[in-house]
Design a protein around this ligand. Structure first.
Ligand code: PLP
Length: 402
């Protein structure tokens, strides 16, 4: 915004990797009078949500809906299935994996943390090797992030399942799908995940403050003997009350109104189309980054994230200053950087209710900001993204015509 102005003109370009921009339809759905959370109208709403969310996780088992952010659902997953002192295997893919590991330590679990350089997702081979070494089956759970939001690395969940099975290990399999759910394919049942952890504020296009545990029969069985202390996050009370469309406490009613519409919108577009759109926008972003001559933090091409791209700035250029300049001048927000790479990269979020035109606004703003900040780069990244998007759409149109 202009130096002598207190008003940023036009829509803000929210390109952090969640919370994502709210569709007007979701906002409107939430803008409704509060209803009695023990009344019949609420029960209908809750049942719609509890059934609908299963179609997003692709599960026929129950999904717990927490009135809490994703961090709460992490805690729910661990405390409902494990006992104090249990060993869990985690992978240091980045900041969020590190936070989950810290939580595990704080609540009395014993995480073993497989190190990475924060430039790769989790490696099925490394997990398989650790499980084979665990002759006494002391590892009670393998916990990974499908998408590490802090670095933009997507881990192949089905391959990790295969590695667990190949090691013939009984550990539970827990997957954080907070920044991948409803943006790229996720199959809780098919991939043999025991607890999937989701959040509302990314692909589901809702505000922050709601999160999920999708659970397998094995996880439910484990919850009967798990001894970690829990109260708010306990599954048993929740599942009992959910059967009749209620919650053990006052749930976030307005969020549930939003959830119904978020799910409806995803199905109207078609999940496959939602995934294709995210992959197209991600590819366009990566091509722009490459054309600028900048480096993707994620070094593993096979694990590029469909929802967020972390862009390294050349030595001597501060990514936080770059983000501040872009915000002030072009009204765009990017995600920040973490850990050993703090200040060295920024993240472009390309998930949720965004289309090609919105992405091109963001990439054009990025190219302008790079020039304004004096970051050495080649011109033409935005044009490269345009060319890719046009070719992707013409290929789709050709296929449809055949
Ligand atoms: N896990 C992942 C992959 C995330 O991206 C986030 C937040 O962005 C979290 C966990 C924590 O979720 P919340 O901030 O909603 O508590």
């Amino acid at each position: 915004m202009a130096k002598n102005s207190s008003r940023a003109v036009g829509r803000h370009f929210l390109h952090i990797p969640g919370p994502t921009p709210l569709p007007d339809r979701v906002l409107r759905a939430m803008d409704t009078p509060i209803i009695d959370h023990r009344g019949p109208e609420f029960a209908k709403l809750a049942k719609k949500c509890l059934e609908g969310i299963k179609t997003i996780f692709k599960t026929s088992n129950p999904v717990i809906i927490y009135t809490a952010t994703g961090t709460g659902a992490w805690e729910g997953a661990l405390t409902n299935t494990l006992s104090p002192g249990d060993k869990v295997l985690m992978v240091e893919t980045g900041q969020f994996a590190t936070l989950w590991k810290k939580m595990a330590e704080r609540i009395g679990l014993k995480p073993e943390f497989i190190a990475t350089d924060w430039r790769h997702g989790a490696d099925p081979k490394a997990i398989g090797a650790k499980l084979r070494e665990d002759k006494n089956k002391e590892i009670k759970a393998v916990c990974i992030l499908h998408n590490e939001t802090s670095t933009g690395a997507l881990t192949p969940v089905a391959d990790i399942r295969k590695a667990i099975d190949a090691a013939n290990h009984p550990a539970l399999f827990m997957v954080d799908t907070i920044s991948s759910l409803a943006s790229t394919d996720y199959q809780h049942d098919e991939w043999g995940v025991d607890v999937s952890i989701g959040g509302a504020q990314k692909g589901l296009m809702l505000p922050p403050g709601m999160s999920f545990n999708a659970v397998s029969d094995k996880a439910l069985a484990a919850s009967k003997t798990a001894k970690m202390p829990k109260s708010f996050f306990a599954w048993d009370d929740m599942l009992d009350m959910n059967k009749v469309g209620f919650f053990p406490y006052t749930p976030a009613t307005q969020m549930l109104h939003g959830l119904v519409v978020g799910i409806q919108m995803l199905h109207e577009e078609g999940l496959e189309n939602v995934f294709a759109r995210h992959h197209r926008l991600a590819e366009a972003t990566r091509r722009a980054v490459k054309a600028w001559g900048l480096e993707n933090l994620n070094k593993n091409v096979a694990q590029y994230s469909p929802t967020v791209t972390a862009v390294m700035l050349p030595e001597g250029h501060d990514a936080d200053k770059f983000r501040a300049l872009a915000l002030e001048t072009f009204n765009i927000s990017y995600g920040s950087s973490f850990g050993q790479y703090a200040g060295k990269y920024f993240r472009i979020g390309h998930l949720g209710d965004i289309n090609d035109t919105m992405l091109m606004g963001a990439l054009s703003a990025t190219e302008m900001a790079l020039a304004l900040a004096g970051v050495p780069h080649k011109k033409g990244g935005a044009q490269t993204a345009i060319d890719y998007l046009v070719s992707a759409h013409s290929a789709t149109a050709k296929q449809a015509a055949e």
